[in-house]
Write a protein that binds this ligand. Structure first.
Ligand code: ADP
Ligand code: MG
Length: 537
């Protein structure tokens, strides 16, 4: 347990007394590296501080240990190849501050037009209370997949019953005319309703549409620009709610009202808040990355209409765009530049490209390729180098699999290599090099995501700082839950621990946070948004 001293005054219940508070420390991490050098373990035993060492290993990939002079040469080259992937706390603090600045620029009327981060207003001002009741439909268009969903809420039960049907979105649909995409979703929704005998009733529908939109109200959202490989013509700048309503109206047997359009991160936040009222931040690390958080309406200069009794509103940061004007160039490597250049949106979504599932596989493949070309890997075997030249063969899921090998085990990595036809005559050093490269890429992604989370936590906490009568600063202890989702976060064996560890070192000591999986927030959250939305009342 970690001791934190809370500052405060004793004559008010609003502030914590001057006491030592106990907050849970990062759970004991499992060492991420199978190839922990004996020297490190010995020193850990001697220093009786194995957890600290394990934490250091988890946060900083450990280079393979050389067994010969030739190996040493390769390892030195490997170290050089990956050296820019290790980010210092100083670099991360700089990114944390930059994130806060740009989120604020997004909120400001004058600064919004030129800001990378747009801080989109969701018009979600009510979080679920747990008293919601009834059946609601939801649609979830996230990137790789689309789902039609039914959620059933029972007031006070704190549980959400859910049925859903998932469909892959083909490349043709992603890049074809916009109407085809929306008609496809309406058709699949109808099929789902027939399968579950839902026709013949009126439903409210929440639509999780995980692309940047400019909202004018909770159920009116203009697509700002496509991301994640989508390029459907005729949709940018238009209201996706209208597209969806029109596509649904093609079916005379559907009686559905589109009540809320939201982003998956807002859905994640809502679904988490349904169970944990202190949730104020939703973060996705899947195909792309993004975060939504609760902001004081007084800071939201572009809010349209009258907020009425509402004092807060959820902001969809679209933080993936951080760095589009060069502010992250100081951490980008030549590999990042290559991945960006080969992407469908060069120069855009720079932060996202350093972190999310759509890019980490390619990033890793590019480093593996250079390692093979430089004979650090596979002894320069031409056939294997050629395989590594194939775009998209190395998946982000492979990184998870490789790093899930327990210390001393190599089952997963061998399986991945077999799948890629790279398994013939691989040496132990090859395996260590590949794992090291995966760890460099995924650790950097986790600490960069941590800098983003820390930025929003610090920003929200600043609203809780007050100047006392004596002129000194008083801070509330801020207990907050972060709802997390996305396959990379969910399935990578060390992403959570690495994030928690780095956030802990980047946030103000008065913040007590926990990160929880808000599983399938994009589905449940959409249903909940329809349930709490005043648009269809
Ligand atoms: P979406 O972002 O489309 O809503 P997901 O959250 O499922 O969907 O994220 C899909 C992305 O997650 C894929 O692009 C893939 O790169 C990545 N991914 C899938 N499985 C894994 C895994 N086991 N480990 C790490 N990343 C994964
Ligand atoms: Mg999703």
């Amino acid at each position: 347990m970690l001791k934190i001293r809370a500052r405060g005054r004793s004559n008010s219940h609003s502030f914590h007394d001057q006491t030592d508070l106990l907050v849970p420390c990062t759970p004991a991490p499992t060492p991420a590296n199978s190839f922990v050098p004996t020297s490190l373990l010995e020193s850990a035993m001697l220093s009786n501080n194995i957890l600290q060492v394990a934490d250091a290993i988890m946060m900083k990939p450990v280079l393979p240990s050389p067994e010969s002079i030739k190996d040493k040469g390769k390892i030195d080259q490997l170290k050089k190849l990956c050296q820019d992937f290790h980010l210092t706390d100083e670099q991360l603090k700089h990114i944390e501050k930059r994130m806060v600045t740009e989120v604020n620029w997004g909120l400001g009327k004058d600064t919004n037009p030129t800001s990378n981060i747009k801080s989109y207003i969701t018009y979600v001002s009510e979080l679920p209370t747990g008293r919601e009741h009834g059946r609601y439909l939801a649609l979830d268009l996230g990137g790789t997949n689309f789902r039609a969903i039914l959620i059933e809420l029972e007031a006070g039960s704190a549980s959400i019953k859910m049925k859903s049907a998932k469909h892959a979105v083909s490349n043709d649909l992603m890049q074809g005319p916009g109407e085809d995409l929306f008609n496809f979703m309406a058709d699949k929704l109808r099929e789902f309703m027939i399968d579950h005998e839902l026709l013949g009733q009126r439903y409210k529908l929440g639509f999780t549409f995980s692309f940047p939109t400019i909202q004018h109200s909770i159920n009116c959202a203009d697509l700002a620009n496509w991301t994640k490989g989508y390029t459907c013509a005729g949709v940018e700048g238009k209201d996706v709610g209208k597209f969806m309503t029109k596509a649904i109206a093609r079916h005379s047997d559907l009686d559905i009202e589109v009540c809320a359009i939201l982003n998956d991160t807002t859905g994640c936040l809502l679904a988490c808040a349904y169970k944990r009222p202190d949730c104020a931040l939703g973060v996705i690390i899947g195909t792309g990355t993004n975060a939504s958080y609760v902001e004081d309406i007084r800071n939201v200069e572009l809010y349209e209409g009258n907020p009425g009794k509402h004092r807060e509103v959820v902001i969809n940061t679209e933080w993936g765009a951080l760095g589009n004007t060069g502010s992250l160039d100081f951490v980008r490597t030549s590999f990042d530049m290559k991945v960006d250049k080969n992407s469908k949106n060069p120069g855009k979504q720079v932060y996202e490209k350093l972190i999310s599932g759509m890019y980490l596989g390619e990033l890793t493949r590019n480093i593996l390729l250079e390692a093979a070309q430089n004979k650090i890997l596979f002894d320069g075997d031409n056939k294997k180098t050629e395989i590594l030249e194939t775009r998209d063969i190395f998946l982000t899921a492979h990184i998870s699999s490789i790093e899930a090998d327990e210390p001393g085990e190599t089952d997963n990595i061998r399986e991945v290599l077999q799948e890629l036809r790279l398994d013939e005559k691989t040496t132990d050093l090859d395996l260590q090099v590949i794992r090291y490269i995966c760890e460099c890429v995924s650790t950097r992604a986790a600490v960069l995501a941590a800098a983003g989370v820390a930025a929003l936590l610090n920003k929200m906490q600043r609203r809780r700082v007050t100047v006392g009568m004596d002129g000194s600063l008083y801070k509330f202890i801020y207990r907050v839950t972060v709802g997390m989702d996305g396959s990379l976060y969910k399935f990578h064996p060390h992403f959570h621990n690495r994030m928690v560890s780095k956030i802990t070192s980047l946030v103000d000591s008065s913040i007590q946070f926990q990160m929880v999986l808000s599983e399938d927030g994009s589905g449940r959250g959409a249903g909940l948004a329809a349930a709490v939305s005043s648009a269809c009342r």
